[in-house]
Structure formats: structure tokens, C-alpha cells
Design a protein around this ligand. Structure first.
Ligand code: ZN
Length: 352
């Protein structure tokens, strides 16, 4: 039982991030852990985050999507959670997977701010202004996310400017703005001044944020992996590319696809005028675009259109995040709750 709980929390941990390139929704954790009607379990349970991850994955058809969790510091000493759950929360906060706000800070307002800055919904039952999805019990222990509110609205200019810069927090080892990287959380804006949401400190400008494009790998119509290509750093996708920062598909492919996809199959690179792809494979890569299909010429970089899809083999695609799947035989995403203790949480089941 305890072992199952550890495994379930590990699976959930892999789907938490404060990097909007990886996330598809925002949650206020102390609210979500108390959605007892979702599983008829105890008053508060951290495993409910997993039910919401699964609900979002099903809604988006994206088996790799992460949640952006926000909470006020009191959650770390919430005695309705087990001591193990509190320990896990502290670790998530230290690792930058969970954004912990100072005591008394309005966590739901921060969730709404992240939503407004990223265009991603808040998964909440509270009344908020803006884009929200309301978690309700679905059939068989699953969670349905029902859209409420006006949907995503355009990001204000001032906020957009804040999102094009890298930020540094004066607090040493700040998990959010301590180490520069392309995946920083959006800063908190107080009258337009960028602040660290964890420390309430004014952030200093650490230079232009490298431009970056979010891409996805879809297998059988379902997003199985997300990755980002930043200017000046090509990314190799293949069965088992060995470079640092490459995207290894081997474990996600079935036996047939593994024979068709090369170890290093295709390289992607962000240049000032767009994303370029270079075929490195034995069996070739097909570009599927609005103008039809064509083979990617071997060994030479070709610029991709925004809606072009790269087909590594049947059903294995690389495309920009947010584009529609080229193949229609989508399957349901796997559940992060596969290892959850079944006494506390009923398994979400899909009838497909
Ligand atoms: Zn900070």
C-alpha cells in the first residue's frame, strides 16, 4: 500500500512543472487535494493531483502534458495530509516543480495570473475571472473537466515584454529564478514590476530569453512527448540518439516502429526564420503539410511551415505543439494513477 502510494506520487511528480512550455493547466494544490468527491477517499489526498493530470491529458489528447501547481506555504504543514505527503511537497518545491508562495499570499490569484500570462486554464471549482476548467466526477472514477468562463484572452503587452526576458531572484538558490534556463515560470507582476512569487523580491533582468519553439512527438495520434528547440541548439529525435538534450523515442515505440525509426532520425533547429529539419535516417522522413506530402531531402536542412508535420514512420510524428494530429487513430493516454492504491482512489477506466 505505501509502496503503491510512492509509485503513484513518483508518476505524478513527472507531470508537474512550473515551465509553461511543458504545462497545459494550473492548479491551486490546497484546493485540489480536498476534492474528496472525486474518489470518495479521505478528507485530503495528494493523489488527487494525479486524477486532474489524467483528466487534462484526456481532454487535450496529450499523454505528456504537465500541471503547473501553486500553493501558499501553509500547505507544507497541512496536518490533513500525511507526513509523507508533506515531505513530498517540500521536495517538489525545492526542485522547482511546485510554486510555494509566502504565508498568507493569495494562491488562487497567482494561479489566475499564470493563466492570464500563459493562456492556460486554471483547474478549479472557485469562481475566478478568466479561463477555468471545473473538475467534476466522471464515469468510473475519472475526472471530467468542464470549461467555464470566457476562455483564453490575449496577453497584455506589458506582460508579454516580461515574458521575453530572463529573470534572476536575489535569494540564493531560488528554485524558480536561481538558475537560468529557457523554462522559467512567468514572473509575478506588481504594477508591472516583475517579482519572484516565492520570495516577494524584485527580479533583476538577466537578458533576453532565448527564443524557443515547443514541439511534440505524437504516436498513434497522441502526444507522448513534448520538447523545446531553442535558437542555436539543434535537437536530434530518434530511436536512441545519444547526445545530451536529444529526444529518445525507443521506449515509446512498438516493435515494428522500432525497425523503421533510426537511432538518430531527424535533427531540428531553430533559426531566425523558423524551424529547420534535417533527415539523418536510413528509411527517410516524410513532411505532411497543407500542400501535401513530400520526402525530406537527406542530409540538408529544410525549413518547416507552422503546420507541417514530420512523419518518421506510420503513426510516429513530430510537429509544433498545438497542431492537429496527422493520423486519426488516436488512443487514450496512459494514466499516471496506474500504481495508485485502489482503496483510496478508484482507478479511472476507459471503455475504449
Ligand atoms: Zn525567488
Amino acid at each position: 500500500m505505501r509502496f503503491d502510494q510512492h509509485r503513484a506520487l513518483d508518476a505524478i511528480e513527472r507531470r508537474l512543472a512550473t515551465d509553461p512550455l511543458r504545462t497545459g493547466g494550473i492548479v491551486e494544490v490546497s484546493e485540489v487535494v480536498r476534492f474528496a468527491d472525486l474518489d470518495s477517499g479521505k478528507e485530503a489526498s495528494l493523489l488527487r493531483l494525479g486524477l486532474l493530470v489524467d483528466g487534462l491529458a484526456r481532454l487535450l489528447g496529450d499523454g505528456g502534458v504537465a500541471l503547473y501547481p501553486v500553493a501558499e506555504r501553509g500547505l507544507l504543514s497541512d496536518t490533513e495530509l500525511t507526513s509523507n505527503e508533506r515531505m513530498v511537497l517540500r521536495r517538489w518545491s525545492d526542485d522547482g516543480l511546485l510554486e510555494i508562495l509566502p504565508p498568507g499570499a493569495p494562491a488562487l490569484a497567482r494561479a489566475g495570473e499564470v493563466s492570464a500570462l500563459t493562456g492556460q486554464p486554471v483547474l478549479t471549482r472557485a469562481q475566478i475571472r478568466g479561463y477555468a476548467l471545473r473538475p467534476t466526477p466522471g464515469g468510473g472514477g475519472s475526472v471530467q473537466l468542464v470549461p467555464v468562463g470566457p476562455g483564453p484572452s490575449p496577453v497584455p503587452d506589458q506582460a508579454l515584454r516580461a515574458l521575453t526576458r530572463m529573470w534572476r531572484c536575489p535569494v540564493p538558490d531560488c528554485p524558480s529564478y536561481g538558475r537560468p534556463g529557457v523554462g522559467q515560470p512567468p514572473p509575478q507582476l506588481a504594477q508591472g514590476v516583475p517579482m519572484c512569487p516565492r520570495h516577494g523580491e524584485r527580479l533583476s533582468d538577466a537578458g533576453a530569453r532565448p527564443s524557443v519553439v515547443a514541439l511534440v512527438v505524437r504516436i498513434g495520434g497522441l502526444v507522448r512527448q513534448r520538447f523545446a528547440v531553442a535558437a542555436g541548439t539543434p535537437v536530434v529525435v530518434g530511436r536512441a540518439p545519444d547526445q545530451h538534450g536529444s529526444v529518445a523515442l525507443g521506449p515509446l515505440l512498438d516493435e515494428e516502429a522500432r525497425t523503421w525509426v533510426s537511432r538518430k532520425h531527424v535533427a531540428l533547429e531553430l533559426r531566425p526564420d523558423g524551424v529547420y529539419a534535417t533527415d539523418m535516417s536510413t528509411n527517410g522522413t516524410v513532411v505532411v503539410g497543407p500542400d501535401g506530402r513530400g520526402r525530406l531531402p537527406g542530409g540538408q536542412a529544410r525549413r518547416l511551415g507552422e503546420r507541417d508535420i514530420l512523419e518518421l514512420t506510420d503513426g510516429v510524428e513530430v510537429a509544433r505543439a498545438g497542431t492537429a494530429a496527422g493520423s486519426s487513430d488516436a488512443t487514450a493516454p496512459g494514466s499516471v494513477m496506474a500504481d495508485a492504491p485502489t482503496i483510496a482512489i478508484r482507478m479511472p477506466r476507459d471503455n475504449r
